[in-house]
Design a protein around this ligand. Structure first.
Ligand code: UDP
Length: 448
């Protein structure tokens, strides 16, 4: 029996979609086993350990291997995982050169959309044609297959050309086309323009074009933490159909105390029903950035009397909600999201229209594609420093829940929901792409 080794980056969003990918492989091709390499829990976002326990308990063909907190060298990696990797295929980035040296074909698992992959493949071309950083260009980027992207909306780590992150990312972008393939958690009909631009080679005019396998949408199927979280589902049961706007900002989204108060004022003025996941603001201490934030003290974080005044039409969940189940609940009619790719897919698959409020990573980029090109979301407008006023929250939430615009976004979202379902049905594009991917693993191996 062959083992597929998966190596997710830190962060729940990456881990969840890779686990789902592992399950997807096993469901359709049960002759594999899946081994997932994970980084130490301190490097992650809190709920990782219990999540891994749940997955292990219910999926015996998936095993987890925890890597020690040392920098990986060829030697240390080989001795630890040699048994697993010698005869298998791997999916990862930073270890690309290690596995290339070991003669193992390497695939990337891309946890954002094809649109983002498209832009990453094109960055080396932009890099060659200018000496400016994206943050200083102040222009619209013309990237094949994409709507015009404001240069400042490119992903955070590549905004400053002189930063170490930029150098790291550029190296990654240059390696991407040299891989055996890129597996993307998306479906072909959602991102046909970007896919076409990649396959025609216009994103990477000077280099090879990697095969792209759209095998999604893969959504989280494991239950999150239960207990108090289930109360929000019970509360939703008592609300009218499609009446509730859900606000949630991914696994890492933390807002300042001032911003939380502003959202509360906007929600209250909007007079709409809401379900809102509130976390403690980020710690001042940077060393605590990757630790889970403490339980929020709602009384002190939110405006005085807010919880009481809105108790008949609003529900505030502390820290974490079972997002997939919430989005699928019949009472939910809109989603204010940070535009993390998993959240976007989850909303589409539930047919829930979005307001796009990006916070970090490639989310501003995703917003441009979602709002300008796919027209699946309304835009939350922020000031230059990212602050969103109560007035903006109020009008956007009203627009999402109670306007003509809502209907057109909702209609398109419903169309994408149906297309996503078709992609994952027998003979659908994502099932076919997985079969092609598995076929490529059966090609004769290089010998080490
Ligand atoms: N999530 C959740 N409850 C929360 C916050 C997040 O279940 O309160 C899940 C969400 O459903 C999604 C993942 O965490 O599957 C977040 O991934 P995404 O790509 O949207 O954003 P990231 O956290 O990577 O920024």
């Amino acid at each position: 029996m062959e083992t597929i080794v998966l190596y997710p980056s830190p962060g729940m969003g990456h881990l969840i979609s890779m686990v789902e990918f592992g399950k997807f492989i096993l469901n359709h091709h049960p002759f594999f086993t899946v081994a997932i390499l994970t980084l130490p829990p301190s490097f992650n976002t809190g709920s990782t350990a219990s999540y891994i326990d749940r997955v292990s308990a219910t999926n015996p063909s998936i095993t987890f291997h925890h890597l020690p907190s040392v920098s990986l060298t060829l030697d240390s990696f080989s001795s630890m995982e040699h048994h697993h990797i010698r005869h298998n295929r791997l999916l990862l980035h930073p270890a690309f050169s290690i596995f290339t040296k070991l003669g193992i074909p390497t695939y990337y698992f891309f946890t954002s959309g094809v649109c983002c992959l498209d832009s990453f493949l094109y960055v080396p071309t932009i890099h060659r044609n200018t000496t400016k950083s994206f943050k200083d260009m102040n222009s619209l980027l013309d990237i094949p297959g994409l709507p015009p992207i404001p240069s400042s909306h490119m992903p955070d780590p590549i905004l400053d050309r002189s930063s170490a992150e930029y150098a790291y990312c550029l190296d990654f972008f240059l390696h991407l086309p040299k891989s055996a393939g890129v597996i993307v958690n998306s479906f072909e009909s959602l991102e046909s323009k970007s896919l076409k631009a990649i396959s025609e080679g216009s994103c990477n005019p000077d280099g090879p074009t990697p095969p792209v396998f759209c095998i999604g949408p893969l959504l989280a199927t494991e239950r999150g933490r239960t207990g108090s979280m289930d109360e929000c589902l019970k509360w939703l049961d008592s609300q009218p159909s499609q009446s509730v706007v859900f606000l949630c900002f991914g696994s890492l989204g933390l807002l300042s105390g001032k911003q939380l108060k502003e959202i509360a004022i906007g929600l209250e003025r909007s007079e709409q029903r809401f379900l809102w996941v509130v976390r403690s603001p980020p710690s001042e201490d940077k060393s605590k950035r990757f630790l889970p934030p403490p339980e929020p003290d709602l009384e002190s974080l939110l405006p005085s009397g807010f919880l009481d005044r809105t108790k008949d039409r609003g529900f505030v969940v502390k820290s974490w909600a079972p997002q997939v189940e919430v989005l699928r609940h019949k009472s939910v009619g809109g989603f204010v999201t940070h535009c993390g790719w998993n959240s976007v897919l989850e909303a589409l698959c539930a047919g829930v229209p979005m307001v796009a409020w990006p916070l970090y990573a490639e989310q501003k980029f995703n917003r441009v594609v979602l709002v300008e090109d796919l027209k699946l979301a309304l835009r939350m407008n922020e000031s230059e420093d990212g602050f969103v006023t109560a007035e903006e929250v109020e009008s956007r939430v009203r627009e999402l829940m109670d306007s003509k615009e809502r209907e057109s976004v909702r209609k398109r979202t419903k169309e994408k929901e149906a297309e996503a379902k078709a992609a994952m049905s027998e003979g659908g594009t994502s099932i076919v792409a997985l079969a092609k991917l598995v076929e490529s693993w059966k090609l004769p191996r290089l010998t080490i």
